[in-house]
Design a protein around this ligand. Structure first.
Ligand SMILES: Cc1cc2nc3c(=O)[nH]c(=O)nc-3n(C[C@H](O)[C@H](O)[C@H](O)COP(=O)(O)OP(=O)(O)OC[C@H]3O[C@@H](n4cnc5c(N)ncnc54)[C@H](O)[C@@H]3O)c2cc1C
Length: 421
């Protein structure tokens, strides 16, 4: 049986391991941590008897490969994810909320009924969306999202209340730096990708239970060897390379660069040149008497220089963690203590709460790639018999769960072809 060594059990490595096992490889999966999931993992800390996550995550209906992978390993996405039609409503009722109708009627009705937007705002969005669709969601590759909005004449209110938070949550990059090409690709998949593609899917369970734990279970019952708590060294990779034994690096780019510095220095340099942006999640507990939860599981927050969070999630409604709120700060650039104090004040003010305790702040400094225009992302082929996958590898998607899963699955298809050819 053909042997494949996979380094890293994040969502990319797990997707690759399942696909490779299905394709007849004997997989050895090494993970440095004691739990799988990488950046999208559950932590040891509990709240109300359930693990906290390494950061609040959200999926969309267009994440087809991730949802299919869940089914492959025996999970039921409809039970594990709370499905909401795209809703970017603020606590004061302003903003866009799509009804559960087929596209494009859902978008038209959402825009028609958007609260706090003038007729001019609404027409600016309809005209821009129509133009993007006519251009097949393609644009100048050098444009930022801010340039796209300017060129498409999206009104300032729609830009700040809709495009900016969408861009931050999808690309984790501020709109004046973010790639318009990648943004339009995500919009295309969400808006014209078929029924339910633009729906937001918020986990009802912790991130471990959402996919990684079931993948490990599936892999061990299908004959893969799993080594948790085992950090692979550069020497081991070099030895595997000498023995012409295929290796798939499913670790983050900085680690992949370290492991391949002697084997593929140019490829390693390309990884090292990538820049990253942070995401912070501030977990808060509302102790107000009579607090029965937010108006919906996810509420948009008006953000600005001293109000950094873009969204807040009601973890009681999602995962029965009483009074727990998770406020998310994408493209976060503020120091932890200052950030925590700002988010605490912001949530109190915008949601009209009073007794709010800070539970924990988690800052992932290298949460995702900074998704800028013309980004030179590394190829999955590193050297003979050395391959790589992950959310940073060359592909149409930004650094996301779906980007990681697709990259893992695609590289296995490629390396299987080479092995058979
Ligand atoms: C706070 C936060 C919020 C996010 N929110 C969202 C969201 O809402 N929606 C979304 O789609 N995406 C979101 N993302 C992005 C998403 O989590 C990542 O894109 C995805 O998890 C990356 O998966 P990966 O497998 O490519 O890499 P990783 O998750 O980084 O996995 C790499 C694995 O390799 C292991 N490893 C490293 N070195 C070695 C070694 N030498 N030997 C063995 N193992 C090694 C690591 O321990 C890790 O488990 C978010 C990320 C963060 C951090």
């Amino acid at each position: 049986m053909k042997q494949l060594t996979i380094v890293g059990a994040g969502w990319a490595g797990l997707a690759a391991a399942v696909k490779a096992t299905q394709a007849g490889w004997h997989v050895q999966l090494f993970e440095a941590a004691n739990t799988p999931g990488g950046r999208a993992r559950s932590l040891q800390q509990n709240f109300a008897g359930k693990p906290l996550d390494n950061g609040q995550h959200i999926l969309i209906g267009a994440y087809r490969d991730t949802l299919n992978l869940m089914r492959t390993v025996g999970l039921h996405p409809d039970e594990l994810l709370h499905r909401l039609p795209l809703d970017l409503k603020y606590a004061d009722g302003q903003g866009l909320s799509l009804p559960d109708w087929p596209a494009p009627l859902n978008l038209l009705e959402g825009i028609r009924s958007a609260q706090g937007w003038s007729l001019k705002d609404k027409f600016s969005l309809i005209r821009a969306a129509w133009g993007w669709q006519r251009a097949k969601f393609e644009c100048d590759h050098a444009w930022t999202v801010a340039q796209l909005c300017q060129t498409s004449e999206v009104s300032p209110r729609v830009t700040s209340q809709l495009i900016e938070p969408l861009c931050l949550s999808a690309l984790n990059t501020p709109m004046h730096e973010a790639s318009a090409k990648v943004f339009l690709r995500v919009l295309r998949d969400a808006l014209v990708g078929g029924a339910g593609s633009s729906d937001l899917l918020a986990p009802r369970v912790d991130l471990g239970a959402l996919l990684p734990d079931a993948c490990l279970q599936w892999l061990s019952t299908h004959g893969a060897e799993i080594h948790l708590g085992h950090r692979v060294s550069a020497l081991q990779i070099e030895e595997l390379e000498r023995n012409a034994s295929p290796v798939l690096l499913a670790c983050p780019p900085w680690e992949a660069a370290r492991l391949t510095a002697n084997i593929a220095p140019q490829w390693a340099d390309q990884c090292t040149a990538l820049t990253h942006t942070a995401i912070a999640t501030v977990y808060l507990q509302c102790k107000d008497a009579g607090f029965t939860g937010l108006s919906q599981p996810m509420v948009a927050l008006h953000s600005g220089p001293t109000a950094p969070a873009q969204f807040v999630f009601d973890k009681d409604a999602l995962s029965a963690q009483k009074g727990l709120l998770a406020a998310v700060v994408s493209a976060c650039a503020t120091a932890r203590d200052e950030l925590t104090a700002q988010v605490h004040a912001q949530v109190i003010e915008q949601l009209g709460l009073s007794n709010l305790e800070i539970v924990q702040t988690i800052v992932e400094k290298r949460a995702t790639l900074a998704c800028t225009p013309m980004l030179d992302r590394p190829s999955p082929s590193v050297a003979v018999d050395i391959w790589a996958c992950g959310d940073y590898i060359c592909g149409p998607y930004p650094s996301t769960l779906e980007g990681a899963v697709r990259s893992g699955q695609q590289v296995v298809a490629q390396l299987s072809q080479v092995a058979h050819g």
